[in-house]
Design a protein around this ligand. Structure first.
Ligand SMILES: *Cc1c(COP(=O)(O)O)cnc(C)c1O
Length: 425
């Protein structure tokens, strides 16, 4: 599908007068329209709730927008729990789906009344050592079926190699042990394939989890409050990919629900999701300016952002579409590597990419950076994080996180003999 930037060159120029490039910018209208589409797709299920995966875009202003739809937050760290609490989420709106969990984070999740989703059976005694034997009334477990996970277009992922979740045997044993500690209602969670661009993934996963929940219900006599389909619904990073249709995905899940759960007398089970990428990726972009053009054995365009601002291309070789603002209709007849300034040769936003001729000063709009974009930022080479901006539905722009300054980067040298020099403005 054609990829259109949500700002124009004129808007980028205007914004850059106040907030110099590079910056991340999010499209509030796009986020809201997508939240509504998700809500509508699962409206058939009375208890449906999306718990936005905070790690994708951990910004309280973005989280507030999502909270407007009565969605909650999926957390796996102390920072994410604190953010959820800060935007006013109550326990029912916080899912704590962590792994290799530190004790202090279980304590905080429990204090906030969050729904705790256990990654492993050994976490039952671990949790007991923190909160005692009075477990919450509703708790969840994460399942890992092992093997490889296939959909009709081939192997999607490799659960047998992944560190998450419990085997089926452990899952059933965990439910028994939790019931013995007072848990009244259960959740079942699995995340088996990442960034799927097919309407088939959620319905197939749902069918498997519904069968498993029915078996646990029938053999252990336990009640299920929810089935959590977790994340993994992906986005069309490449223009030749067909976008996921959330209405078709919701309808696919409804069909298997009525085939499996309704006849089993489990028709009051809520469906939960923990989408991150699908909720935010297309509605955020990294905007950066071309500052150098270098001609050696290849053609390079150097920009003022780097992998510290968006790590996915360097880390996974991920494709992010690039639009040169103002040159939307120009022919893509130049082949470039688009690079950042890190002393790492993988610091490239694009390799051998056909783009319009780029001049210094051109603004590049790097698409689909709204999830796992700013969030994965790091400070290698002492490169600083950019600002995060929100494009409001009325066209105005609000800064929702300022750019990092050198004194922020050096802040942990406070109380040292270098503080005077490093921490000045
Ligand atoms: C990362 C993560 C998600 C979100 O995944 P997306 O692919 O961004 O939708 C959801 N749940 C858990 C437990 C995760 O770790």
């Amino acid at each position: 599908m054609e990829k259109k930037p949500f700002i124009t060159k004129a808007q980028a120029e205007e914004i850059a007068k106040t907030y110099p490039t590079p910056f991340h910018i999010y499209d509030e209208a796009g986020i809201r329209a997508n939240c509504e589409a998700v809500k509508k797709a699962f409206a058939w299920n009375k208890g449906f709730r999306e718990y936005f995966a905070v790690k994708a875009t951990p910004n309280p202003y973005i989280m507030q927008i999502i909270a407007d739809y009565d969605f909650g937050f999926d957390c796996s760290s102390e920072a994410e729990l604190v953010l959820s609490d800060a935007v006013g989420a109550d326990g029912a709106h916080i899912m704590f789906s962590s792994n290799d969990t530190p004790a202090c984070e279980y304590a905080l999740a429990h204090k906030l009344g969050a729904i705790i989703n256990l990654d492993d059976i050994t976490h039952i005694p671990f949790l007991e050592s923190i909160i005692g034997d009075k477990f919450p009334e509703v708790m969840s477990c994460r399942y890992n079926p092992g093997g490889v996970y296939t959909l009709s277009n081939g192997i999607m992922d490799n659960p047998g190699d992944s560190k998450y979740g419990m085997t089926k045997e452990q899952l059933f044993e965990a439910y028994k042990q939790m019931a013995a500690r007072g848990v009244k209602k259960f959740g079942l969670h699995a995340f088996l394939a990442s960034n799927t661009v097919t309407n088939e993934y959620y319905p197939k996963l749902a069918g498997e989890l519904f069968e498993l929940a029915r078996e646990a219900h029938e053999t252990l006599g336990i009640e299920f409050a929810f089935i959590n389909l977790s994340g993994g619904v992906g986005v069309d990073y490449r223009p030749d990919q067909e976008r996921n249709d959330i209405a078709a995905i919701g309808e696919g899940v409804r069909k298997v629900y009525e085939e499996i759960l309704t006849p089993a007398g489990m028709g009051d089970t809520a469906i939960y999701a923990e989408m991150g990428r699908f909720m935010l990726a297309p509605y955020g972009a990294l905007v950066t300016k071309a500052v150098h053009a270098k001609h050696i054995y290849k053609e390079y365009i150097g920009v003022d952002a780097c992998a510290a601002n968006l790590m996915r291309p360097a880390m996974y070789g991920a494709y992010h579409h690039i639009t040169v603002l103002g040159k939307e209709d120009a022919p893509c007849d130049h082949k470039y590597d688009v690079t950042g300034s890190l002393c790492e040769n993988n610091d490239k936003f694009a390799i051998d990419r056909m783009l319009p001729e780029i001049e210094n000063g051109d603004y590049l709009f790097i698409h689909d950076a709204g999830a796992h974009g700013f969030a994965m930022g790091y400070n290698y080479n002492g490169r600083l994080w950019s600002a995060e901006l929100l494009l409001r539905p009325d066209g105005s722009v609000k800064q929702i996180r300022r750019a990092q300054k050198l004194k922020d980067y050096f802040s942990t040298f406070d109380n040292t003999e270098f503080a005077d020099k490093l921490l000045k403005d």
